[in-house]
Ligand binder design. Structure first.
Ligand code: SF4
Length: 292
């Protein structure tokens, strides 16, 4: 189980997403501060570079180079992908050692994606970035060397677009897609069903799929696709008392805070699951890793 240590590039971004968790302004770190973040990491083998938008930082390429020289084996860039539309820039990132890209998307059409990013033309640039990623992984000695995942933000405006988006994104040679709940101001049971359908379409087309932020009690049949089983997630709010009896209580973030008062009866404690033993094993492994 790989654990990625995070390096923050501050909150500067060229999108203005309505759902942005880093809307709270954080200073853009200078190169020496980024280097200090890397030097302070416990392990430094697997890095996740995130923001804001890390590709806007003028020292991103230098930092990737520094991290590689210091022993980083896997460098993941979490990005909106817009600057990857510049093929030369992308080439430098890859040449210096960044080979894992997680691209954030909110829809297959400008009406859904740009409506969330609040920047007209942002989807177009992101798709050109994905196209360049596909091109570079098919040539230049990087065949099979580049991993592209999509981080699809699920909102109340794009539920109908989940399945079409998977079908559309397949043409970009992506390796995986994660459906991440953004907020709770939508009917979660209906959303969970749509996410499950979209994950089935992805699986049928040999794209690995995951979901994040959807309580297991509303994802029956898709439990093996829960990100929370693999990656620890910070609990954001107190869960209803009934959750304490649930076999998933230790990994589930619970109903989103916005959902309180909108019918918690949708969330019913799960008394038994065929995955309980696997989950206990993973939790044990997680705590062993955390102590190392
Ligand atoms: S009952 Fe509560 S703890 Fe269990 S899966 Fe649902 S929300 Fe999560």
């Amino acid at each position: 189980m790989l654990v990625y240590e995070k390096v923050s590039f501050g909150s500067e971004c060229n999108n203005r997403c309505m759902t942005c968790p880093s809307a709270r302004q954080q200073e853009t770190p200078r190169l020496n501060e980024l280097v200090a973040q890397i030097d302070a990491l416990k392990n430094g083998e697997n890095l996740e570079l995130f923001g804001g938008e890390p590709t806007l930082h003028e020292d991103l390429v230098s930092l990737i180079s520094y991290a590689r020289k210091r022993g980083a084996r896997r460098i993941k860039l979490v990005t909106n992908g817009r600057r990857l539309a510049d093929a030369d820039f992308l080439f430098h990132l890859v040449e210096e050692g960044c080979r894992i890209f997680e691209v954030k998307i909110y829809g297959s059409r400008p009406e859904t994606h740009d409506a969330v990013t609040c920047v007209r033309g942002s989807l177009d640039e992101t798709l050109r970035g994905l196209q360049n990623l596909g091109g570079i992984s098919d040539s230049g000695g990087h065949e099979g060397d580049i991993y592209v995942g999509i981080r699809f933000g699920v909102t109340n405006t794009n539920l109908e677009d989940l399945v079409p988006a998977v079908a559309f994104l397949m043409s970009f040679s992506i390796d995986a897609i994660s459906f991440v709940r953004m907020g709770g101001d939508f009917p979660i049971v209906q959303a969970a069903r749509m996410v499950a359908n979209a994950m089935k379409v992805a699986t049928l087309n040999r794209i690995w799929s995951m979901c994040e932020g959807f309580p297991p009690c509303v994802m029956k049949g898709s439990e093996t696709h829960l990100s929370e089983l693999l990656q620890p997630v910070a609990f954001e709010n107190d869960k209803p008392k009934s959750c304490l009896r649930c076999v998933f209580a230790k990994i589930c973030t619970g109903p989103h805070g916005d959902y309180a008062g909108k019918g918690l009866r949708d969330f019913k404690a799960v008394s038994a699951s065929p995955y309980s033993k696997d989950m206990e094993y993973l939790l044990k492994m997680r705590s062993i890793h955390a102590k190392q």
